[in-house]
Design a protein around this ligand. Structure first.
Ligand code: CTP
Length: 402
């Protein structure tokens, strides 16, 4: 167990609250100091006395309770915790945290903390699948908190599906692994990072364009991960339907040439320590974008295409001291092609991703990748949400920066 070992276990309303009693015990067995906060809903399922007896400390329940605030106020509690685990996280609690509500103790503590916040959602499978809940979950991730995917199986209400809180032993293991990585939670402190993301769009005429299926999700996830790792992040993004991560500088571009220009401009003051190119840059553009809409007067139309500049290869050539990471989107001979690009573009590393798989390809929530370093090292990251893959990539890449 590392130095960081103080966990605030926040229990919200749901039948899985009974499992949190076992979770508190598991954590304490592993040497973690546990304090418990219970929402009003949680107290309908389990008595605070249960947690008080297990942890030996009074349970925190109310925001405006003078005696409790005199003991350890909400700000102090927020400062005390090395990590906050919300388990179970009910649909209502997720909505409040997503909104940044300070109406109750839990929301206030989360607003006031700088500790990592993990949430273990638990609810009926239809509630979990509801778009409103999923939208709130997406906002929670954007805020930099981590969601622990619920298990699927038989639910307390008799339904079978996704929404069960993972078992206490599993949650305890996740918490312990996050605590042990806390001392290296800012591996990019003081570093400047440039990320390209999304597709590029190459105009054919004022109405039509050439582009691709990239949604920008992986690039935006990496921008958040780099920001959370302490970096000063600049994002150069093609057109996507995503919110710019808070605290990240972003230049929106259309074409490959715009993207290259924006990247070069961003490098003028000072070169970056790290550049990660996730953009799916269109390889070709039409020789000339026609100023008026092309009419369909003929049965056939031939587009005269010319090659676009390679943004990543150009930057790697001009700024050899920057550590450049490429993304190889392949559908066949994945490793061979990816390693070819690693050498050809003079990169420090390449992330190789099989886009022929619909469960991890363009627009998918998850990804599974292999990271190859120029030095020969490699790392396989199994299928996980893109935010998690992004964090793992950053932790793997950071030690390679000078
Ligand atoms: N890339 C780039 N500019 C381009 C093409 C690619 O910056 N004009 C970058 C991508 O952002 C990615 C890496 O190069 O990080 C590899 O991109 P990919 O599309 O997989 O390969 P290409 O070099 O375009 O080769 P091909 O299309 O033949 O696979």
């Amino acid at each position: 167990m590392s130095e960081s070992k103080k966990v605030l276990l926040a229990v919200s309303g749901g039948i899985a609250a009974y499992k949190s009693a076992f979770l508190a015990r598991e954590l304490m067995r592993a040497g973690v100091e546990v304090r418990v906060l219970m929402t009003h809903g949680a107290r309908a399922f389990v008595q605070p006395l249960t947690f008080q007896a297990l942890t030996g400390f009074e349970v925190h329940t109310d925001l405006l309770d003078e005696t409790a605030e005199a003991g350890m106020g909400h700000i102090e509690l927020a400062r005390w915790a090395d990590l906050i685990l919300v388990a179970p996280a009910s649909a209502n609690t997720i909505a409040r945290i997503a909104q940044g509500s300070a109406e109750h103790l839990l929301g206030t503590v989360i607003l006031a903390t700088s500790a990592p916040v993990l949430l273990a959602p638990a609810m009926n499978k239809h509630m979990w699948a509801n778009p409103a809940v999923q939208r709130n979950c997406a906002q929670i991730t954007e805020l930099g908190h981590e969601l622990i995917e619920p298990d699927a199986g038989l639910q307390a209400c008799g339904d079978v599906g996704a929404g069960r809180m993972p078992e206490p032993e599993v949650l305890s293991e996740i918490v312990i692994s996050r605590l042990s990585s806390l001392h290296r939670a800012h591996p990019l402190e003081g570093k400047r990072v440039l990320i390209t993301a999304g597709p590029t769009v190459e105009a054919i005429d004022p109405v039509r364009y050439l582009s691709n299926h990239s949604t920008g999700m992986m690039g935006y996830a990496l921008a958040r991960a780099c920001r959370d790792a302490g970096a000063d992040v600049t994002l150069v993004s093609g057109p996507v339907a995503l919110n710019v991560p808070v605290g990240v500088k972003c230049t929106q571009v259309q074409s490959a040439r715009d993207m290259l220009e924006a990247c070069l401009k961003a490098c003028t003051d000072q070169p970056f320590d790290l550049m990660i190119a996730t953009a799916a840059v269109a390889d070709y553009r039409t020789r000339e974008a026609v100023p008026q809409k092309i009419k369909k007067s003929q049965d056939e139309m031939l587009l005269d295409l010319v090659k676009n500049p390679d943004v990543l290869a150009t930057l790697a050539e001009q700024f050899p001291l920057t550590f450049h990471v490429g993304f190889a989107a392949e559908t066949q001979r994945v490793e061979e092609y990816a390693k070819g690009k690693l050498g050809d573009k003079k990169l420090g590393a390449i992330v190789c991703n099989d886009v022929s798989r619909s469960d991890i390809g363009f627009g998918a929530v998850d990804n599974a990748v292999t990271l190859y370093f120029a030095g020969g090292e490699s790392l396989e990251l199994v299928k996980a949400p893109k935010d998690q893959i992004a964090k793992q990539l950053i932790f793997a890449i950071a030690p390679h920066l000078s």
